[in-house]
Design a protein around this ligand. Structure first.
Ligand SMILES: *Cc1c(COP(=O)(O)O)cnc(C)c1O
Length: 391
């Protein structure tokens, strides 16, 4: 017997736009498989044109882009870098690798982003950079952050892993700080399996970024015929992805508008269908300021308690729907306790990280899929209400 409700709904489903394998075959036929072949260059040009940044460089992950940004900021032993604790580990790890101490600032209760009003009190003589993380593709308060950075002479590295094509007051995320870091991991909007890009928004850093990405050599200049031999000139590592990644990614880029608008539509459907539950006060929906636009990266709800989140996750799982939660705040993780410190209270982070629940979100989600999730959530609250009446 076939029961529709028993068909498991995944949390994420990587979307294939169509020309990925064709492009990979082209790359193989072209005979250029190492980095910076024609497809990779097309990806660079596409990012530079569509986002409007001085230089975009494909790298093998957003983690790699963050590591490069840390080197470009000349982060060294004992330096401090301000960031949220409510983020993915790479935000902190990239700076810890350079000997720096991530200093955590609490998040805002409305959008779960770095609380710009708490940044200044965390600044010391050792502070070198601020890393705003645009959680769920929703912009941080960039005007305030850029102003603080300017006054205190700090670098701004945007962790825009989730934020491709989200905008803040008309400007695309990742292009506002000194550096922007993007991810093309298969869980993000535009994907290449693993992959990322470093956006260099300040021209002064372009040449060094190319060097760091090419194992600390001036190979990029050599290929452009600007020097007659290439050699080791700086620190660096191997951050450039294979041309096969660029070939795959370019097929996605060509379909970016379709992908993003489909995801925005899913976001809106979730939002409108769940609105009555927010009005009842049993959960909270994401908040996006009117001057900003999200990119449909993620749909999360905020439950009233950790217990409710746990029981809703179980309920959804029983009905074949895979929802997830994140993050374990970095300040309470084993490595976070060892390498980082918190500035002030982490009250909002501790509270909200226990109540956030992420719903399935992927390009191919149809209206019936969205309804299935929403109906399941409504059923959960009905069951809970009935139980509490019986008691
Ligand atoms: C996904 C993600 C990363 C890491 O991206 P990778 O490409 O997997 O290295 C970093 N920061 C945030 C906020 C992310 O969501």
């Amino acid at each position: 017997m076939k029961n529709e409700s028993l068909v498991r709904m995944p949390f994420n489903k990587p979307f294939i736009a169509g020309k990925e394998l064709y492009n990979i075959a082209q790359a193989v036929i072209n005979g250029h498989l190492a980095g910076d072949g024609p497809f990779t260059k097309q990806c660079h040009a596409w990012l530079e044109k569509r986002l409007g940044c001085s230089k975009a460089l494909l790298v093998h992950s957003c983690t790699a882009a963050l590591e490069m940004a840390a080197m470009l900021c000349d982060i060294g032993s004992g330096d401090e870098v301000i960031m949220p604790s409510f983020t993915f580990v790479s935000t902190a790890n990239a700076f810890v690798l350079r000997g720096a101490v991530p200093v955590f600032v609490d998040i805002r209760p409305d959008n779960l982003n770095l609380d710009d009003k708490k940044i200044e009190q965390a600044i010391t003589s050792k502070t070198k950079a601020v890393v705003p993380v645009h959680y769920a593709g929703v912009p941080c308060e960039m005007d305030a952050i850029m102003r603080i950075a300017d006054v205190h002479d700090l670098f701004v590295v945007e962790d825009a892993a989730q934020a491709l094509f989200s905008s803040y007051k008309g400007r695309l995320l990742g292009t506002i700080g000194h550096f922007g870091c993007l991810s093309f991991h298969e869980t993000k909007n535009i994907i290449s399996g693993e992959g990322g890009a470093l956006l260099v928004n300040d021209k002064r850093f372009v040449e060094r970024a190319e060097i760091i990405r090419e194992k600390g050599t001036n190979r990029s200049r050599f290929f452009r015929g600007e020097v007659d031999k290439y050699t080791w000139v700086d620190i660096g590592s191997s951050y450039l992805p294979s041309e096969l990644i660029g070939a795959f990614l370019y097929a996605q880029m060509e379909n970016a508008s379709t992908i993003i608008s489909a995801r925005r539509r899913i976001f809106e459907r979730y939002y409108n269908l769940l609105r009555p539950l927010e009005d009842e006060g049993v959960l909270r929906l994401p908040f996006v300021e009117s001057e900003c636009a999200g990119n449909g990266h993620m749909f999360y709800i905020v439950m009233r308690s950790l217990d409710e989140r746990t029981s809703l996750l179980e309920h959804l799982k029983k009905e074949g729907i895979l929802a997830v939660f994140h993050y374990v705040p970095l300040h309470s993780s084993p490595a976070g306790r060892k390498y980082c410190r918190a500035s002030g209270s982490m009250e909002v982070t501790d509270d909200l990280s226990g109540r956030v629940l992420r719903l399935p979100m992927y390009y191919e989600m149809g209206e019936d899929d969205i309804h299935r999730v929403v109906e399941s959530i409504k059923r959960y609250f009905r069951i809970m209400r009935e139980k509490s009446h019986v008691l």
